[in-house]
Design a protein around this ligand. Structure first.
Ligand code: UDP
Length: 252
């Protein structure tokens, strides 16, 4: 299970490289115990901020087997707190790399999430990119509670080694947590809107912006309706700064 002891605003963060994260995934699949599911969370500043005020969400994050630093905000916060973060490990990059390894190792993957048709397109593109990748199933993410048993039965019967869930954070994290015992998939990971990006329905920032850590700015410009979500960032920054200030002395 998890073996790091670093926390950002009360949320555990595993400051591993992509290579280490992938080896952990492989280890969990190789030594899969029946019924055990490794839950991977790719943490960003928005979710960490939310979890700071939401204890059940914080507990959920802290129970995950791997919590990777997804955005530059969380990397900045962690480094300010003295945690050595070697690199960002984003949901979309981790998904690509897991698919690449899945093709090499013969693991089956299942994609759940996004609007109807998107997961199929993403699966096809990933199979072209990683020849040999076996997709055990796909299912769109617009379902009601009554449809869940059928979705779970589909996943269980197709027996993937990895389940990618793109329902948006933190809903996908709660969904995995709630159903992982029934799902019996060795590795489950929340991937947000990655299926939209892989299928070409949404664009990821150009490489130069990713390199300059400006992916958040690109998303803000591409989807101005997200500005409310991004208003959390200055508050997150303030909480980090505040947590580093000397504590007021009492009793004087
Ligand atoms: N989504 C879904 N079912 C829903 C609501 C959303 O499958 O009921 C999908 C949506 O189509 C998109 C993803 O969840 O593919 C959320 O993407 P976003 O980029 O907002 O992810 P976040 O930043 O919240 O992780």
């Amino acid at each position: 299970m998890h073996d790091s002891n670093s926390y950002v605003l009360g949320c555990r963060l595993d400051p591993f490289t992509m290579a280490v994260a992938l080896d952990k995934v492989e280890g969990w699949i190789d030594q899969a115990e029946p019924g055990a599911s490794a839950h991977i969370i790719t943490l960003n500043a928005e979710i960490a901020y939310q979890a700071h005020f939401d204890e059940p969400l914080r507990d959920l994050i802290n129970r995950a087997w791997l919590v990777t630093p997804d955005g530059i905000g969380i990397v900045w916060g962690a480094r300010k707190l003295g945690i050595e973060v070697p690199e960002r490990v984003t949901g979309i990059d981790l998904m690509e790399r897991i698919c690449q390894r899945a093709a090499a190792r013969g693991w089956k993957v299942f994609f759940l999430g996004a609007a109807p048709g998107i997961a199929e397109q993403a699966a096809q593109i990933l199979q072209e990119r990683y020849p040999g990748l076996t997709v055990s199933g796909v299912r769109h993410g617009y379902f009601n509670a009554g449809e869940e048993p059928e979705i779970i039965a589909d996943i269980v019967s197709s027996a993937p080694q990895v389940l990618f869930v793109g329902l948006g954070a933190p809903r996908q994290e709660w969904w995995i947590d709630q159903h992982k015992k029934q799902l019996r998939v060795p590795v489950c990971i929340g991937i947000g809107g990655s299926l939209d990006v892989i299928s070409g329905h949404k664009k990821r920032a150009p490489e130069w912006m990713i390199k300059l850590n400006l992916e958040w700015l690109y998303r803000l410009l591409a989807e101005p309706s997200r500005y409310k979500r991004q208003l959390v960032l200055p508050r997150f920054v303030w909480l980090i700064i505040k947590s580093r200030l000397p504590k007021p002395r009492h009793g004087k």
